[in-house]
Design a binder for this molecule. Sequence first.
Ligand code: AMP
Ligand code: GLY
Length: 422
Amino acid sequence: MKILIIGSGGREHALGWKINQSPKCEKLFFAPGNAGTSSIGTNLPIGVSNFEEIEKAVVDNKIDLVLVGPEVPLVEGIYDFFSTNEQLKKIPVVGPSKAGAELEGSKDFAKAFMAKYNIPTARYETFVAGEIDKAASFMKTLPSPYVLKADGLAAGKGVLIIDDYNEALAELNEMLEGKFGQASKKVVIEEFLSGIELSVFVITDGENYKILPEAKDYKRIGEGDTGLNTGGMGAVSPVPFADQSFMQKVEEQIIIPTIEGLKNEQIDYKGFIFFGLIKVNGNPMVIEYNVRMGDPETEAVMLRIKSDFVDLLEGVAMGNLNEKTIEFDEQNAVTVMLVSGGYPGDYEKGKEITGTENVKSSVVFHAGSKLENNKVMSDGGRVIAVSSYGKNMNEALALSYQNAQKINFEGKYFRKDIGFDL
Ligand code: AMP
Ligand code: GLY
């Protein structure tokens, strides 16, 4: 099979690494990929939203299956672009339809979906411009802090948690006036939930599903989970508190109603569902849906899947995922993200990355890199993910930290406390 992966981050490199191990994978392409993916496949210089160029590449390279990494092309309707195009409609896209991608593309849609299907989540209401008074009275029914969410995609920046009532109202005003552009023309206000978070993933063909290894990510830049939010500074899998009884609740109360709800709404959904969960008083609640795999969770999760991943993707494409098996590696897997100095604020790109060839006992995934005159240069805030196996979490972390020292680029920073809270 010739497979095209859309995207350019550590998630896509990790998906490609796993896919490349399958005897069913004949040739692997990335659009656009990064310096790391060019060592396992062919990078095509095409942006993730350039559907016309993607169409041309799929036809020219006789691609048999397309796997979509990031949410943006999904929310923009890449699945529907394929399914309604004469040339492309026989080529399966792993990723939901535009309607399904609304689970991530619109917080209001996701919340209404959860309400309709009795999926546990925070109490909420949605507001648009001119509804400040209504919002103010709703907020009076909530204890502080107040959680304000831009309805649309805001590159991970659209969620604000504010202690002070008046400050929250002022912020709401700014959001509705376009602080996050079109994305915050609608704002979801919800109850703050207190607990420990984790990421649960399923792959589904729309009828059947398989649960992938769960993970916990570390979103803040600073140690002890302090400072600004980032795309993710590291991840661990498994998550000790996600024991059998907890995961059973997740499956019964969240996963099954979500799959059944999508079916009931007649939403075409063949891809990943990422449940951003929080454990509150022993019970799982949904913080958010994502319609893709997590990043950096994928850089740990892929290490824990023993089964042939292409076989699973075929199951999604053919609608016979129920006939496939998924086997987990019992080892622990972790990933530690090396980021550019200054990230998530202003940072410089174009720093030469050296030493990755000296890493033998971890797997190196490129998150933000590009080749320039045969040199590997940093090309993003998150630069390299160092993933490792271990008999336990600490053993895996020790390997990642040891190998993180071998990789160098100017301004390199990483958190040294991944897994600290477990
Ligand atoms: P989201 O973009 O929805 O993932 O939100 C970003 C982060 O904000 C989440 O990972 C949580 O840490 C936090 N968050 C979002 N909603 C809530 C909530 N209702 N209660 C507590 N924390 C929340
Ligand atoms: N690691 C969280 C995300 O991918 O959104």
